[in-house]
Design a protein around this ligand. Structure first.
Ligand SMILES: Nc1ncnc2c1ncn2[C@@H]1O[C@H](COP(=O)(O)OP(=O)(O)O)[C@@H](O)[C@H]1O
Ligand SMILES: [Mg+2]
Length: 258
């Protein structure tokens, strides 16, 4: 096994939004470290500050206090070695699937030919290579999100940030996407931070889960997920899986009561 090192560190990170005379404390004193290669989920109810936390890790928002360090460097702005997947796939409608996947390369240096083989490998791994010439409006919602994941991975980023990427999908597509993401992660094995309000999704995908309580939003629980990989859908009926979901539900409810 390769030794794991602390890849991402948050020290006393808080965020207060100030607008029109009012203040919202969106994140309070978040402090944790993530080793390289870990799949970490941040789980909590809507409005508890998950997206804010992820945006700060991604360098899209600046913390009000504290510091975020990735690979030894303080985060001051969005990094080039980071892939982001949002709730909406945000594909370019006039580009083909393949050109959407290659878009970050086109923006960076235009050398898309050099990345065509990687694009093929990524699209094949999610079963979409044969759809490479289709446009986004010819795909289902789940397929579009798979394209968005391939696009996030095309430049071989160090870290993959995902903000509720499957929450707009129906339940069946969502289950399929969880299996697809688990498979792609097993293959490309990036440090991943995955934001969700679905307990089941977090347990299925993660090595570790942080539970965020209601505002002012602090991390109230930090749990390792012990199930071996590769994981298959049937794991969800395993009594240990069900028990862990129950424990997390209790922790979220405790967080609600504050
Ligand atoms: N840009 C902003 N300006 C002011 N308040 C914001 C902004 N973004 C988020 N908030 C507030 O911060 C809190 C946390 O929001 P968010 O991080 O989006 O939560 P979550 O992703 O868990 O649903 C909410 O009360 C939200 O209204
Ligand atoms: Mg959010």
């Amino acid at each position: 096994m390769t030794p794991v090192s602390d890849f991402l560190t948050l020290e006393g990170v808080s965020k207060t939004y100030r607008a029109a005379g009012s203040e919202v404390q969106a994140v309070e004193q978040a402090a944790f470290t993530v080793p390289s290669g870990q799949f970490l989920s941040i789980l909590g109810p809507s409005g508890c500050g998950k997206s804010t936390l992820l945006s700060m890790i991604g360098g899209l928002e600046t913390p009000s206090t504290g510091e975020i360090i990735i690979g030894g460097e303080p985060v001051k702005a969005p990094r080039g070695d980071m892939g982001y997947v949002f709730q909406d796939a945000t594909l370019l409608p006039w580009f083909s699937v393949l050109d959407n996947v290659l878009f970050p390369v086109r923006l960076r240096d235009g050398r898309t030919e050099a990345y065509r083989e990687r694009a093929r490998e990524l699209l094949e791994s999610v079963g979409l290579w044969e759809f490479r010439d289709k446009r986004p409006d010819q795909l289902s919602g789940g397929m579009r999100q798979r394209v968005a994941i391939c696009r996030a991975l095309i430049t071989d980023p160090q870290i993959l940030l995902m903000d509720e990427p499957f929450s707009a999908l129906d339940a069946i597509s969502r289950d399929e996407m969880n299996v697809a993401l688990a498979a792609i992660w097993d293959r490309f094995h990036k440090t991943a931070i995955f934001v969700t309000h679905s307990i089941r999704e977090a347990v299925f995908l993660s090595d570790r889960i942080l539970v965020m309580s209601r505002r002012p939003s602090a991390i109230c629980h930090d749990v390792m997920v012990p199930f071996p990989r590769p994981r298959e859908a049937q794991i969800e009926s395993d009594p240990d899986f069900v028990r862990l979901c129950g424990t997390l539900r209790d922790k979220i409810e405790e967080g609600y009561k504050g």
